[in-house]
Design a protein around this ligand. Structure first.
Ligand SMILES: Cc1cc2nc3c(=O)[nH]c(=O)nc-3n(C[C@H](O)[C@H](O)[C@H](O)COP(=O)(O)O)c2cc1C
Length: 262
């Protein structure tokens, strides 16, 4: 069993680094027979994805050559998915990061909130998971992941976008986020934990694609034109922006992951 802690802050001595260290020590103390490694954006150079799409095509050679007994051998499901043959053209630390992620049975993400989402360095790393998109890892059984969200607190906009971003990228890399722990406002600047985290278990992903045909059917049933009634309501009255926003809000409220976090 190998656990990987992915630390998403560019500060090596901040709140989230203190929590990542606590979790690392807890893993060693409580599961001494298991492996654990920390990958931190504070100590890796990972540039942003440039969208060149070169990772779409499978290469002839695998991304890493492994030796017998390597503690970071890829998971069977990763090796069989063909993921090792989808390379990125950018030559930086991402190959090493991928080696850890590929070996993980379980992933623990510890990430600060930056304006409701992830820091730019973490976003760069997550975007560089795109090569996995072109493998069949997405359709295989997922490995469990947990997200610990860290923040100073006081911002009223929560961290919904952070969860969506991390969840989406990790899903492509073969992980399913099962639990979110909210540490916002609960860790002092010196790293001392002052309160327990709130826990938010996440149900398994519903396939969003299935919304498409249903929505299309509904629109067809109601409207006369190709895309329904357009801007006119059932009785032909013109719909205002307020009405549209209300409907959109209701629909968004039903999507997985929306409206669940503070
Ligand atoms: C650009 C920026 C945006 C931030 N946005 C938020 C926020 O939306 N919510 C929050 O609670 N804290 C916010 N913070 C505070 C950080 O989450 C806090 O400083 C945290 O300790 C950073 O993690 P670290 O100490 O592990 O580096 C922000 C900090 C920065 C620099």
């Amino acid at each position: 069993m190998h656990r990987v802690i992915l630390h998403g802050s560019c500060r090596a001595d901040g709140r989230s680094a203190a929590l990542a260290d606590e979790l690392f020590n807890a893993c060693i103390e409580e599961c001494p027979d298991d492996g654990v490694s920390i990958v931190s954006v504070s100590s890796t150079e990972v540039g942003p994805c440039i969208g060149c799409d070169k990772c779409r095509a499978a290469a002839d050679e695998p991304i890493h050559l492994f030796e017998e007994g390597d503690p970071l051998l890829p998971q069977e499901t990763v090796a069989e998915s063909g993921a090792l043959f989808h390379h990125c053209v950018i030559d930086d630390d991402m190959n090493e990061v991928r080696k850890h992620l590929d070996a993980a049975d379980e992933l623990i993400v510890v990430c600060p909130v930056y304006f409701a989402s992830v820091p730019a360095q973490m976003k760069a790393l997550l975007d560089r998971l795109q090569p996995y998109y072109f493998t069949d890892l997405r359709t295989r059984p997922k490995r469990p992941a947990v997200i610990h969200v860290v923040g100073a607190g006081g911002d009223p906009h929560g961290f919904e976008p952070l969860i969506g971003t991390v969840r989406s990228a990790l899903s492509v890399a073969g992980f399913a986020v099962e639990l979110v722990l909210d540490w916002v406002g609960k860790i002092r600047a010196d790293g001392e934990i002052t309160a327990e985290a709130e826990e938010y278990p996440l149900p398994p992903h519903r396939r969003l694609r299935s919304h498409g045909p249903r929505l299309r059917r509904r629109l067809r049933g109601r409207g006369s034109g190709r895309y329904g009634r357009g801007r006119r309501g059932r009785r032909g009255e013109r719909r205002g922006r307020k009405d549209r926003d209300r409907r959109r809000g209701r629909r968004l409220g039903r999507l997985p992951g929306c409206g669940r976090f503070p």
